[in-house]
Write a protein that binds this ligand. Structure first.
Ligand SMILES: [Zn+2]
Length: 208
């Protein structure tokens, strides 16, 4: 961190890894601006697949994506600042990554990260904080994506500026905010359970 400016740029790191990612077991769409470990996606705002521009411009786009340059083997354990020892990850993965001088451990961990599964586990923990057990999780997922709940929660929450680095983006709804509101909403409306519709069921969470 102290010598951040000495590190290769994100585009240089990408330029190196685009030919090496498959060798360490990663199938990554290089045109997708996502965390290489968990797949957290930054959306079309940073879309690097622009057919109207040349390779140089596409390469430069990687510098704009808010991914972090993470040492595979940390500098304190003899890791270098070469692109081959740097990996592009979201801030949350960067904070959670194992620090050893055995790259296999890093890659094994990174291959198993999944942003959807991670968000789902945060929802489970938050639900538990409000006294909701795992048996009711599916019901609450339905509540949280329902139009009725979404419109009810409007004006009842604020975006949270992270106090730590444990957030992939700068400001967001904390899981406890959404879950807390959903539980509160459910307690108010539980007598007439018509607040969710089957077509908005969040498949990606349920599959996790
Ligand atoms: Zn990540």
């Amino acid at each position: 961190m102290h010598f951040k400016d000495d590190l290769p740029s994100k585009s240089q790191i990408f330029d190196y890894w685009k030919d090496h990612l498959d060798q360490v077991g990663f199938l990554i769409d290089w045109g997708s601006p996502a965390c290489w470990a968990c797949g957290f996606h930054y959306g079309t705002k940073y879309d690097v697949k622009r057919p109207d521009v040349g390779w140089d411009k596409i390469l430069q786009c990687w510098n704009n994506i808010p991914l972090q340059r993470c040492h595979i083997t940390p500098r304190s354990l003899g890791g270098t600042d070469h692109a081959s020892n740097l990996f592009l990850m979201c801030r949350e993965c960067h904070d959670l990554t194992p620090n050893t001088n055995i790259p296999e451990i890093f890659f094994e961990w990174a291959r198993r990260q999944n942003s959807d599964a991670r968000e789902f586990s945060k929802i489970l923990v938050a639900l538990e904080s409000f006294g909701i057990g795992t048996a009711a999780v599916e019901d609450f997922l339905w509540v949280m994506v329902s139009e009725e709940f979404r419109s009810w929660m409007r004006g009842k929450f604020g975006l949270h500026r992270p106090q730590s680095k444990y957030a992939p983006i700068s400001s967001r709804l904390t899981t406890a905010t959404t879950v807390g509101l959903a539980v509160h909403y459910w307690r108010i409306h539980m007598t007439s359970p018509k607040w969710y519709s089957t077509k908005t069921r969040p498949k990606k969470w349920l599959a996790a």
